[in-house]
Design a binder for this molecule. Sequence first.
Ligand code: ATP
Ligand code: ZN
Length: 306
Amino acid sequence: MKINLNGDGTLKLAIQRSGRLTDNTLGLLRSISLDFESYGQRLFSRCRNFPLSILYVRDDDIPEYVGLGTVDLGIVGRNLLHEEGVPVVELEPLGFGVCSLVVAVPKDSNYQTPQDLASATIATSYPRSTREFFAGLGLAPEIVTISGSVEVAPTIGLADAIVDLTSTGSSLILNDLRPLVTVLDSEAVLVANPAALQDEMKRAEIERLLLRIRAVQAARRFKYLMMNAPVAALDDIKAVVPGLKSPTIIPLDMPGWVAVHTAIEEEVFWESIEGCGPPARPKSSSPHSTSCCSDSCPLVLIAAVG
Ligand code: ATP
Ligand code: ZN
């Protein structure tokens, strides 16, 4: 099936069709209000409310598609961009698909440093990154390229060590391996074809997309905090919640009480609540209302929505 999207004036974005990046990528695109269908075995879809077509492909093909200009944009792991070495422009790290490309060795082996692997055999799906990493140390171990199940290579006697992706490390542990050194830290990134960025019309649409993505990313770091509090407690509250610099304060229909609304960084939010004492059970009178440590605490949270 040939999909000819050239010349229809829309931007083209390649994303992983089915894999570790797919859910988060679709979630990101929907969070910036793009309206498109993505069910089943679709190869591409057009957004109804933005001049963008989405192509669903294998992640391995995305760097090349973007590099060649088959598509204008791609969402792909930095690990693959590094491996393919194609000339694309990284526009934005996306904060998901976080993993590392690591050198790992059998748990009980004597290998302690990369130098110990100078004459070892290393199995990997990332031959270029592996070669480059060891070359940077002045080393040239033998590299065996395999396309899957890299982590079993030492067990079956194919290699002495591996270079593979890991996020939690659990698959290394499961295969009696331990990480020795990190080759590359990776996450999903939005990339663009350099020529697309030179095209005035495309660039304008790419910038619109980027603006939305950055806004959503920034908003994700914050929680919107709403609380009712006695006016007399405002100074105490500011001391407990350091992010609370200039909140919106609205008088309540209750003398001496105000509603305090503000956006604070998520981490600060949780630290503030945790720092306040053990949480109490939600008050039965209001399902969304909970006092953070006791009924006398000035921090009476009405809601904290993401
Ligand atoms: P495809 O069928 O599209 O070729 P794949 O099986 O090659 O998919 P996935 O396993 O879905 O690829 O991984 C996609 C990307 O997810 C990786 O390139 C990497 O950027 C990221 N990733 C995050 N954590 C991990 C992990 N623990 N192992 C492998 N990849 C990870
Ligand atoms: Zn792949």
